[in-house]
Design a protein around this ligand. Structure first.
Ligand SMILES: NC(=O)c1ccc[n+]([C@@H]2O[C@H](COP(=O)([O-])OP(=O)(O)OC[C@H]3O[C@@H](n4cnc5c(N)ncnc54)[C@H](OP(=O)(O)O)[C@@H]3O)[C@@H](O)[C@H]2O)c1
Length: 322
């Protein structure tokens, strides 16, 4: 079968190999899933660079998100059967034709959710829901709370803007350039930083940050009201949030949110409830992600080059069947 493999850390375009490997028989409690579409997310590429080398074992097959059809079931699996469409989660490995996972880590996809929607139903929708839940825990109610969202032109940024508005809060999109302004739709305040920070005097009750570096440092130091919160969930700038900025604001609650931590402690029932919300959000376009292109896995090099293109206008998907 067609697969990908990372044998050494480095630039994803250099070190992710296309390989042919054998299929694995599903053991008791496991299912084999033929992957029909997998997403390329920043969180797939960061481990490839070696940023998390202490907790990343080589070699590995990348890909945390996608959808497929159950092709074989191991002994004792009664909840799934061949032909069922599922989203398999809990470990990487989606960038291959056939994936074997424990049945308990596979979530059935409703018939009215397309493969394309299901392939993006996990990482960003569930993280956006967790981030909003974290704000609700901090403030009690989000009504009229001002929330700054950095990298608001990203797939998850767009979801956060819509979710926050639905919660009655007042989200402001923080963009690095005008390029993705059109993705946000009408009605949101937008700040374009153009390599700098937000204007002096800007005040938020909370900031949801996926950028880090100097933008995050400036927001923490000058733009969050006392008693507010700063939640970091990404570092697109490649630079962590400077500790000095955090230490300088003891009146602001600083938190990290990683979906993976929640997923591995939440339990099946909470995950099923989260997927139900994600599928509902996909139906009504709350969680819709623009798609820039879909590539056969055999053209992985083109897909990765497109992913790295600063002018990319949406998600890149991979079809491991071809
Ligand atoms: N913690 C978690 O568990 C978790 C889960 C999901 C996602 N995330 C994080 O969320 C972030 C976005 O993920 P995604 O899937 O939504 O990505 P995406 O759709 O690929 O979006 C990336 C966009 O972010 C913007 N961007 C990139 N570098 C930037 C920078 N240095 N400064 C400001 N904006 C920048 C760009 O927008 P423009 O087009 O406007 O330039 C780019 O198009 C990533 O950091 C990812 O790791 C974290």
């Amino acid at each position: 079968m067609r697969s990908t493999l990372v044998r050494q850390f480095g630039d994803p375009e250099q070190v992710i190999e296309l390989v042919e490997t054998g299929r694995t028989e599903p053991a008791p409690g496991e299912v084999e899933v033929e992957i029909s579409l997998a997403a390329i997310n920043p969180s797939d590429l960061i481990p490839v660079t070696g940023a998390y080398r202490a907790r990343t074992e080589l070699p590995f097959v990348p890909g945390f998100e996608g959808v497929g059809t159950v092709s074989r079931v191991g002994a004792g699996v009664h909840q799934l059967k061949p032909g069922d469409r599922v989203v398999p989660i809990g470990a990487s490995g989606l960038w291959q034709q056939f994936l074997v996972r424990p049945a308990e880590w596979c979530f059935a996809v409703p018939d009215d959710v397309s493969d394309m929607q299901a392939a993006m139903s996990y990482v960003n929708p569930l993280t956006a829901l967790r981030l909003v839940e974290a704000l609700r825990t901090h403030f009690g109610s989000l009504e009229h709370r001002s929330v700054g969202v950095t990298a608001a032109g990203s797939a998850i940024g767009g979801m956060l803007m819509k979710l926050l508005a639905l919660e009655g809060s007042a989200p402001t999109a923080i963009l690095r350039s005008d390029k993705s302004r059109h993705r946000l739709g009408e009605g949101y305040p937008i700040i374009v930083t153009d390599g700098g920070g937000v204007p002096a005097g800007t005040r938020f009750d909370a900031v949801l940050d996926a950028v880090g570096g100097t933008l995050a440092a400036g927001l923490i130091s000058r733009s969050i009201s006392p008693g507010g919160t700063f939640i970091q969930y990404g570092a697109l700038s490649g630079v962590p949030v400077p500790q000095a900025a955090i230490a300088g604001r003891p009146d602001v609650r600083f938190a990290f949110l990683w979906l993976r931590t929640w997923v591995h402690s939440a339990g099946r029932e909470a995950l099923e409830a989260a997927f139900a919300r994600s599928f509902a959000g996909l139906r009504d376009r709350l969680f819709a992600s623009p798609v820039a292109a879909s590539y056969p896995l055999s053209r992985l090099d083109e897909a990765l080059a497109h992913q790295a293109d600063p002018l990319r206008n949406g998600k890149i998907l991979l079809d491991p069947r071809c």
